[in-house]
Design a protein around this ligand. Structure first.
Ligand SMILES: Cc1ncc(COP(=O)(O)O)c(C=O)c1O
Length: 408
């Protein structure tokens, strides 16, 4: 497309955009399972207004917009409280899980260089860790070393111990990981790191805003946060189970000094003045900070627990449905409402294709072939329908023919 010579009027443009959107995923009908985390109309309404209020501001310079600075500090403090960060912790907001992870890895790399003279830094992460860690390693000139997982689909601690060495800058565990929803053995992994003065990062991008409320519902939650002494940094996404619109995550350091020494970027040799920044972006949208602050205060602990209860109900219905279908099973022992399921009898991708035709947007993965869901509160209302469609798809269409046709 070329830039049009003349502009188009607003009504025509909006009409065009609405038409374009028709082919997009139907997330409002709770038919998608990742990417968006709908939490109901009231939350939508609040997010809309909070975004609008801060649509134009720039969070680059906190001196110009002190309200934003304070909201960011508040969000970091609230997240720190949820994740039991001790007094003296520090953190900042970023645009999302990937940016939080990149910043934590950069801080770990620089700490390893400064404190242990690590010149060829390695980043050890379980194979199930999010690709953001591979991306961070690639951006930061680190070697990405994968820790294998055991039969329980959690990082293999014995294997990690063999891989850890004098060039290891950071060890990672997920709470939970995306593919199987399992939580790595964080106490054991982080102890290996701590004994050697190595940083340990818990990736709680998914669990950071759900596991604390899962605990309040008396669900089993393995230790994953700053209560585990070896955990030095954490990432937690407000734009996932914090129910904020996109562009909001938190990266936390147990020790604020590490944030200042190894994450912060300070540049004084510029005629434009002193430049200070905590993350990758320079100019930063204000709306995600404002929306994160607003939604966390709007829901409070009570609101988050209520939403967690709805996810739990959806999870129980869908997992029971999966297990009741001949040959079908949930993979591993997922901790929250993020899980994969497969069939030992039928072609699970053929079943997925039928679900697509019925308007569902269930994700696929292939290690092993499986369907994958990431449940949010609105799925409670459609869980029975999903199970019914799954049952129907498995009964009539889950033959191996689908697979042959797809791969031929
Ligand atoms: C476990 C985990 N970590 C990190 C991320 C990256 O988050 P983002 O997509 O916000 O960059 C994701 C995204 O789904 C994730 O599931």
């Amino acid at each position: 497309m070329e830039l049009p010579k003349q502009g188009t009027d607003k009504a025509a443009l909006l009409e065009d955009m609405r038409k374009r959107k028709q082919a997009d995923a139907d997330w409002r009908g709770a038919r998608t399972f990742s990417l968006i985390y709908p939490a109901g109309e009231e939350v939508d309404d609040l997010l809309h207004d909070a975004n609008e209020l801060y649509l134009y501001e720039n969070a680059l310079n906190p001196l110009r917009f002190p309200s934003l600075r304070q909201m960011e500090l508040d969000v970091v403090a609230m997240a720190g409280g949820l994740l039991h960060a001790p007094a003296g912790h520090g953190g900042c907001m970023t645009s999302g899980g990937t940016e939080s992870i990149i910043m934590a890895m950069k801080a770990a790399r620089d700490r390893a260089r400064a404190e242990r003279d690590v010149q060829a830094p390695q980043l050890l992460a379980p194979v199930t860790a999010h690709p953001a860690f591979a991306k961070a390693a690639s951006y930061l000139g680190m070697e990405h070393v994968q820790i294998p997982i055991g039969d329980d689909l959690r990082a293999d601690v014995g294997a990690a111990e063999k891989l850890i060495g004098d060039q290891t800058a950071v060890v990672v565990g997920s709470a939970p990981n995306y593919p199987f929803g399992t939580v790595d053995p964080i106490p054991e992994l982080s102890a290996l790191a701590a004994e050697r003065g190595i940083s340990f990062h818990t990736d709680a991008c998914l669990g950071g805003f759900l596991l604390p409320f899962w605990e309040k519902l008396d669900q089993p939650v393995p230790p994953f946060d700053f209560r585990v002494p070896g955990v030095t940094t954490m990432s937690a996404d407000v734009h996932k189970y914090g129910y904020c619109t996109k562009g909001a995550s938190v990266v936390l350091h147990r020790d604020e000094e590490h944030l200042k020494k190894y994450q912060r970027f300070l540049y004084a040799d510029w005629p434009g003045g002193l430049y200070l920044s905590f993350a990758m972006a320079g100019a930063r949208p204000a709306a995600p900070i404002a929306a994160a602050w607003a939604v966390m205060n709007f829901l409070g602990e009570e609101g988050y627990v209520k939403l967690a209860r709805r996810i739990l109900a959806a999870r129980d219905t869908i997992q029971a449905g999966v297990r009741s279908i001949d040959g079908m099973r949930v993979i591993g022992e997922p901790v929250m409402g993020v899980f994969a399921f497969t069939s030992d009898k039928d072609d699970v991708f053929a079943i997925g294709d039928v679900l697509d035709e019925k308007g569902w947007g269930v994700d696929r993965q292939n290690g092993p072939d499986a369907l994958h869901v990431m449940l949010s509160p609105e799925h409670e209302g459609v869980a029975d329908q999903l199970v019914a469609d799954l049952r129907e798809a498995a009964a009539h269409h889950g033959t191996s023919k689908g697979k042959e046709a797809r791969y031929s």
